[in-house]
Design a protein around this ligand. Sequence first.
Ligand code: SF4
Ligand code: SF4
Length: 325
Amino acid sequence: MSDSQHDRPMNCDSPESLAAWLKDRGRAHGLSLVGVTTATSPTGFARLEHWLDAGYAGEMGWIERRRDAYRNAGGVLPGVRSLIVGAVNYRSEDPEPAGTTGGRVARYAWGQGDYHNWLKDRLRQLANDLHEARPGSRSRVVVDTAPLLERDFARLAGLGWFGKNTMLINKWQGSFLLLGAILTDADLAPDQPHETAHCGTCTRCLDACPTAAFPEPGVLDANKCLAYWNIETKGPIPEEIASRMGEWVFGCDICQDVCPWNRKSPRSTLPEVQPSPDLNPLDLAAFLEMSPEEFDSRFAGTPIERPGYEGMRRNAEIVMRQRET
Ligand code: SF4
Ligand code: SF4
């Protein structure tokens, strides 16, 4: 429900006024960017098919298994007519030097808990506002939890363009953005898609990638990406990748850290994205002393849980070993 009488929908009879009100409400719920698009078949579906056919998804078989489902948002919410796409800027503090015993953790994992949960909660508050304005409408909140091309819909909703590093970039908020969407059967006036791109002749992200993981600008081969290997895989990491992990014990931000669009993006004050002191950086010596029980008690319900105890030990040992050589 809206949090005051003042905030209640006054003139939301038209798709235009309802969309405008919801965008205001989304910002009040802590979203950095809010846009609206119609539930068309996303233009990025063909790109997804090429990417999968080229084998660039590595062993992320769940994407292949749900391939067709990405074609149409109607599979996620039958009867869907509009999407409200929200983005939260998670750029908080700068990374601290890793020093001789630290390991770097991707910024999106620095905050409190798992962003999927708290971002969903914030989007649910916005969905409640929508239901208040349109009683009887149906909606579904998605944060990376359903076969939905969220980044594509974000571009269609006018939130930004795809950089050569494949990330969604917004001129004012940069690319450290967490995305989520509300699908609804209500009619909402769409925003203009973001049709222009603003990378120009820059190639910083392509040049800085330690594993040359971009076969072409805007295309990522996960088989070469550090973040794929140190988060998504369980077994040994091939030597040609491990030897380039550097300080990265979980994920990798290099291709975003070097992007000029992130230089002046605002610092987020959202409590959920403020860094836990033990993750910026992670003390690897102390980490390697942890028992499985201590790992669970500290990292259950956080992104670090994904590679798990064994996966994170593997990563930490690689980073430590490289320091010794
Ligand atoms: S996350 Fe790191 S390894 Fe992956 S593409 Fe970006 S710079 Fe390369
Ligand atoms: S580093 Fe340059 S090329 Fe890469 S995404 Fe940013 S602006 Fe685009």
